[in-house]
Write a protein that binds this ligand. Structure first.
Ligand SMILES: Cc1cc2nc3c(=O)[nH]c(=O)nc-3n(C[C@H](O)[C@H](O)[C@H](O)COP(=O)(O)OP(=O)(O)OC[C@H]3O[C@@H](n4cnc5c(N)ncnc54)[C@H](O)[C@@H]3O)c2cc1C
Length: 446
């Protein structure tokens, strides 16, 4: 990969550490701008687990801007709504309309996809754009001054910029960006089981087949627990994420779960979801964790930068972790492409941090808070929450006033964040590329 220490003109040579969803999306965005991109992935094969992930409009906008709509349309499910349901009986407490509402409101859809399909699609897109991707290339060390990485086999590679897209336990962060302290992920009191049930098994059971017939995300919420579930792969699979109190084995982040323990966590819940759980034959158990707010995302040299979970891992209660990693990639490509030569790189990476950090940290905090809202014990607060959730965004002003009077209080927001009249447009309506450029015009002096 060509590079020199002298002020080198753009386009630049860029190493991305990590071929997760964030690293691969960033590779696509940077190749679109003409930079030379080498992605180094420690695993010897792509390893996103066989589970689902939600693609919100703030991501689908970017993916479409990179020309990936056609590939995505072959793989995605279009959910009608996100239905928030009471854990005991499945009663719908709140609805966030998704299709066609998201496209009508924000111009871009809300999709559901299998993680492995998503990663493969981004991998193929990065290759098609001309990125180099090396699997089995674990980055052992990063020298932020010399802008080099050392692989596990001793190979040293140099670039103009190194991007740490290496996840919550980032080596790049430790070696090159936050070196004065060890940043420990903050494990929460909850774990998540992840599982899928074959679509044909779901459809064969008249008591649960409606969950396949209407493609919606359903989220059953109860004390300290919730289950988020939706169909993926054109209805070939039903995907389940089950958050519950507990810890995974020390040092393990992803281990096989015990099916009896899993079902016991949801004893007494809506018979419909319990019936689905009976059909699960294998589950994985994940520790749920986020990161504390980092002091910085950019190294002292201004040549190494963190994105995605390496910078701002969040709990999945707003389904935005990958969404934010993809926004990072889009924004970073705009920032780097403003540098005229390599002497501008520290300024554009600092601008990237200024542009992205507040938004990601607000979503990180909002995700944790959303868990608290969903996981309330039964009681007056929960009753008030459920009443507030029922006031959907689509309600008329008259409806809102009537509901507010009825409750004898003024409700300014919806505790269902996905339906909140202020938070939803801020979250889903964000255009990371336009925002980066508006901000760069203000921040940069060149
Ligand atoms: C239960 C659950 C549900 C979720 N649901 C959603 C959702 O619906 N929507 C959403 O947007 N987000 C969701 N998320 C969050 C999302 O999965 C993550 O935020 C996202 O995948 C992070 O992507 P990343 O590329 O930053 O990191 P990662 O996916 O962690 O990728 C990091 C990559 O770097 C590689 N790597 C690590 N160290 C090295 C090294 N030293 N050298 C080379 N390679 C290395 C790893 O092998 C890996 O491939 C969920 C998360 C969980 C736990």
């Amino acid at each position: 990969m060509p590079s020199s220490d002298a002020a080198k003109k753009a386009p630049f040579s860029i190493i991305i550490v990590g071929a997760g969803l964030g690293g691969l999306a960033t590779a696509v965005a940077l190749r679109k701008k003409g930079h030379a991109v080498h992605v180094l992935e420690g695993a010897s094969e792509l390893k996103e687990v066989g589970a689902g992930i939600q693609i919100p409009p703030n991501s689908s906008r970017l993916l479409q801007s990179w020309g990936l709509k056609e590939q995505l349309l072959k793989k995605v499910v279009w959910p009608k709504n996100i239905n928030m349901r009471r854990y005991q009986d499945g009663d719908v407490i709140g609805v966030t309309p998704l299709d066609p509402k998201m496209t009508k409101t924000y111009g871009y859809p809300y999709w559901l996809i299998h993680r492995a399909d998503y990663q493969r699609m981004l991998h193929d897109a990065a290759l098609a754009e001309g990125a180099t991707i090396t699997l089995g290339a674990y980055v052992q060390d990063v020298d932020q001054e010399n802008v080099t990485v050392t692989l596990h086999d001793g190979t040293v590679l140099k670039a103009d910029v190194i991007i740490g897209a290496d996840g919550i336990r980032s080596r790049v962060r430790e070696c090159a960006v936050v070196t004065e302290e060890t940043v420990e992920p903050r494990t929460t009191t909850n774990c998540a089981y992840r599982a899928t049930v074959p679509g044909e098994i779901m459809r064969a059971d008249p008591e649960v087949r409606h969950l396949m017939d209407e493609a919606s995300s359903n989220c059953w919420i109860g004390y300290r627990r919730h289950i988020m579930a939706y169909p993926i792969q054109e209805g070939k699979l039903y995907n389940l994420v089950m958050s519950h109190p507990g810890k995974a084995a020390v040092g393990k982040w992803n281990e096989p779960g015990n099916l009896d323990e899993m079902k016991a966590q949801y004893k007494g819940w809506d018979p419909v979801i319990c019936k689905v759980l009976e059909k699960v034959e294998y589950c994985l158990k994940w520790t749920l964790a986020d990161l504390p707010v980092l002091p910085r995302w950019v190294s002292k040299s201004g040549r190494v930068v963190l994105i995605g979970d390496a910078a701002h891992a969040m709990v999945p209660y707003l389904a935005q972790g990958a969404g934010q990693a993809i926004e990072d990639g889009a924004s970073l490509a705009e920032c780097i492409s403003r540098a005229r030569d390599s002497s501008d790189l520290p300024a554009v990476l600092a601008a990237f941090q200024t542009i992205r950090k507040p938004r990601c940290e607000k979503i990180q905090k909002g995700s944790m808070e959303n868990g608290d809202i969903w996981h309330m014990p039964d009681g007056p607060e929960q009753l008030a929450r459920d009443a507030d959730m029922k006031m959907e965004m689509g309600a008329t002003d008259e409806d809102r006033v009537a509901a507010q009077l009825k409750q004898q209080k003024l409700v300014k927001s919806n505790p269902n964040r996905w339906s909140d009249p202020e938070f939803q447009p801020w979250l889903f309506g964000h255009d990371a590329i336009a925002h980066a450029n508006t901000q760069l015009d203000l921040i940069l002096k060149f």
